[in-house]
Design a binder for this molecule. Structure first.
Ligand code: CTP
Ligand code: MG
Length: 705
């Protein structure tokens, strides 16, 4: 693999960002879009119209019914305290059909504890897929996929600002051409894999703000500054105050440019004229802010330095885009080096292709397989025999019974485990005072025992040296004293040697007597402290007994607690077990929902094929006609698809409609294919990313006005 000596990009990276790479190593001019012909603009306009006709929000109904379903789910779980509100493209009129469903969950009163976990449990029970919790984000989020509608859903907690900024975007979207322009920019960005903030590129929201800023800057302006000269509306949120006021009045633009020319100038502006180093996209200002005045200067390495491994520091303000209400929030803070490189490469690619007169279809060639819905829900069953389908159904039903049984067992087990946990916690609470008493006793016992030991050593040490009892020593002392002090018999006077010996003996006795008194004293103290010590031991035993009584009571109420120690470690073990059980329950719920969907699909196919056979009999006079698909019956196909995917019974008219209009993608093995496709898509997306600052040198700069 050859590494470029100028840029440091590897061969793979050069192939991944070819337009940007070429621009970096060759001293080429940035394509000049001012010389684009009217003929090309009008053909591009034609292309755009075709795409616009196609995109629409085909899932609008699914979004609405899913929102209603989730709302009632939250009510059931959290009561009237919970509020669900949609925001994002489902309310802004800026959806291109591929976007997610953004919902905000808030609580009128206190937010329940461990709310994200509770929601996740609920979603598992509902058979939702790919559930992810992002609790540490600025706004905590639960992300998941609804397999029935195929919609990706984000439920964010108390995302109040987003509700307000969605209203602001909706207000901008009143202008038809601006709305279409946003649609086209989002369409291009999504097909080129650069509109996913979680993948390190820009969010759809950020692309929308870029488009609005462009509409404010074109001459004559296509969009006003809706946050100018409007009454302020302060909103306190997360300890800060935001002004969420804006002007919702109609705006009559004098701009008559076609959608295609507006789109060309959009790319021209951000690919070549916008000086990302000194300019901040700011729709609340109606024009760029300076990075200097906002103190948003780019810091850290350049994306090229990061992707080539020269520097692994953190990039700041790589494509500064200010949130219209939260002015401290730069929407490019999620952009990683690879994302920045991809965005820049895409900008270079699009202006090159526009200058070469390429079609919008080519410009938006998807970088990953497009998640198109298969037009036939039963495609894999058409060549399967009746018997084979019947056998499959039988097996699936048996599996379902088994899985349901397992769920019942697991739920029962979790219930038991929770009961034990509650009992254990109660027991711990009950013995809390006993435990602290014991601690107190133990802390007193330790020095007491040391003192007792010390006294014992003093006493025994003396007693070992002086084996005679104190009383005897005293008597002997008295005897010698009398001997030494009695009148001297002059005829029988002791000689000096004897006298000296008596004196020495007396002094010896005196010393022994003192030591013996000390030993007695030590002994008395020893006895006293031993008594105290015994009392403490008795108290200690009593606390142990109290604890044992609590444990016995617990075991009596639930024998499963036999042998369990009453301590926090046991509580932790029970908690861990409850979590593992919950995980298994969730897995089983997912299996159950998958099985039910597949059973529903096979049953639907059985009904369809038996109806077809009947028809075939009736129309035997015209055999050919049986091969043709029936005309689509007049029913709401979206509702029918929802019903089919959830396994609900369908009327024959609805089944016919499904067959002739095509099915939904998220059923049974179709859903597996889709999730594999999605994985391939996200792999490709994340493997296709790039930088915004390289190449700037050669662009024609737009400066702040
Ligand atoms: N939002 C926000 N701050 C961000 C990203 C998003 O406040 N950094 C809010 C905005 O209210 C935005 C909504 O989240 O309208 C949805 O964001 P996103 O899904 O990126 O935009 P959509 O317009 O919904 O795009 P799509 O149709 O692709 O889902
Ligand atoms: Mg969205």
């Amino acid at each position: 693999m050859s590494v470029c000596s100028t840029t440091g990009l590897s061969q793979t990276q050069q192939e991944r960002w070819p337009y940007l790479y070429k621009h970096l190593i060759e001293d080429i001019d940035v394509p000049d879009l001012s010389s684009i012909t009217e003929a090309y603009i009008s053909s591009l306009d034609g292309d755009l119209k075709k795409v616009i006709k196609k995109i629409g929000d085909a899932k609008a109904k699914s979004r609405e019914s899913l929102t209603n379903h989730l709302t009632s789910l939250m009510f059931r779980r959290f009561g009237k305290n919970a509020m669900i509100e949609a925001f994002g493209s489902s309310v802004t009129n800026l959806s291109i059909g591929t976007g997610d469903l953004d919902l905000c969950l808030s609580f009128k009163n206190k937010t329940p504890r461990k709310v994200l976990r509770k929601i996740s449990g609920l979603l598992h029970e509902e058979g939702m897929e790919n559930i992810q919790l992002i609790p540490k984000a600025r706004i905590p989020i639960v992300k998941f996929k609804d397999p029935r509608s195929g919609l990706d859903v984000d439920i964010s907690l108390d995302n109040r600002l987003a509700i307000y900024n969605s209203h602001l975007l909706k207000s901008y979207a009143q202008e038809d051409r601006l709305r279409r322009l946003v649609h086209m920019v989002k369409y291009w960005a999504s097909r080129r894999g650069i509109n996913n903030a979680f993948d390190g590129s820009l969010s759809s929201y950020a692309w929308t703000l870029l488009t609005i800023q462009h509409a404010q800057l074109v001459q004559p302006a296509l969009a006003p500054n809706r946050q100018e000269n409007c009454p302020s509306k302060p909103l306190s949120f997360q300890g800060k105050t935001f002004d969420v006021g804006f002007n919702d009045d109609d705006f009559n633009t004098e701009n008559t440019q076609s959608l295609a020319s507006l789109l060309i100038s959009f790319f021209d502006r951000y690919a070549t004229r916008w000086d990302w180093e000194s300019m901040v996209v700011s729709i609340r200002n109606g024009k760029a802010h300076s990075t200097k005045s906002k103190k948003w200067n780019h810091t850290g390495p350049l994306p090229l330095e990061v992707v080539t491994g020269v520097d692994d520091g953190r990039m700041e303000h790589v494509m500064p885009i200010e949130d219209p209400f939260d002015h401290e929030h730069d929407l490019s803070r999620v952009v990683r080096a690879e994302g920045a490189m991809s965005i820049q490469d895409e900008f270079m690619r699009v202006i090159t292709m526009l200058s070469e007169g390429k079609s919008w279809h080519d410009i938006c060639e998807p970088v990953f397989e497009i998640d198109e819905e298969p037009d036939d829900l039963f495609h894999d069953l058409r060549s399967t025999s009746k018997d084979e389908i019947a056998t499959r159904l039988e097996n699936l039903r048996a599996n379902l019974v088994e899985v349901e049984g397992q769920i019942r067992d697991l739920v029962g087990e979790r219930q038991n485990s929770k009961e034990l946990l509650d009992l254990l916690r109660g027991g711990l609470r009950e013995t809390r005072n006993v435990k602290s008493d014991r601690q107190q006793i133990l802390s007193e016992l330790r020095p007491l025992s040391m003192k007792v030991q010390e006294l014992r050593e003093v006493r025994d040490g003396i007693n070992q040296r002086i084996a005679i009892p104190t009383k005897r020593i005293h008597e002997e002392m008295v005897r010698i004293f009398e001997k030494l002090t009695s009148e001297v018999d002059v005829f029988n006077a002791p000689n000096l040697g004897v006298e000296k010996g008596d004196f020495a003996y007396f002094f010896e006795l005196q010393a022994m007597y003192e030591a013996s008194l000390k030993s007695n004293e030590a002994h008395q103290e020893f006895i006293r402290l031993r008594r105290e010590q015994n009392e403490e031991y008795r108290a200690l035993k009593k606390t142990k007994k109290q604890e044992e009584d609590v444990l016995t009571k617990l075991v009596e109420s639930n024998p499963a607690l036999e042998g369990v120690h009453l301590n926090p470690k046991s509580v932790k073990e029970f908690q861990k077990n409850a979590k593992l059980l919950q995980r298994s329950i969730n897995e089983q719920y997912s299996s159950k929902h998958e099985l039910r969907r597949e059973i529903g699909r096979l049953e639907a196919w059985q009904r369809i094929s038996s109806k077809r056979n009947q028809n075939r009999g009736q129309r035997s006079s015209n055999r050919d006609s049986t091969r043709r698909r029936p005309r689509a019956p007049d029913v709401n196909i979206n509702e029918v698809r929802q019903k089919a995917s959830s396994g609900d019974a369908l009327s024959l008219t609805e089944l016919d409609a499904l067959l002739s209009k095509g099915g939904i993608a998220s059923i049974g093995n179709v859903s597996n294919e889709k999730s594999q496709q999605k994985q391939r898509q996200s792999k490709k997306r994340s493997s296709h990313k790039i930088d915004i600052r390289q190449g700037r040198r050669r662009g024609r700069k737009e400066t702040r006005k």
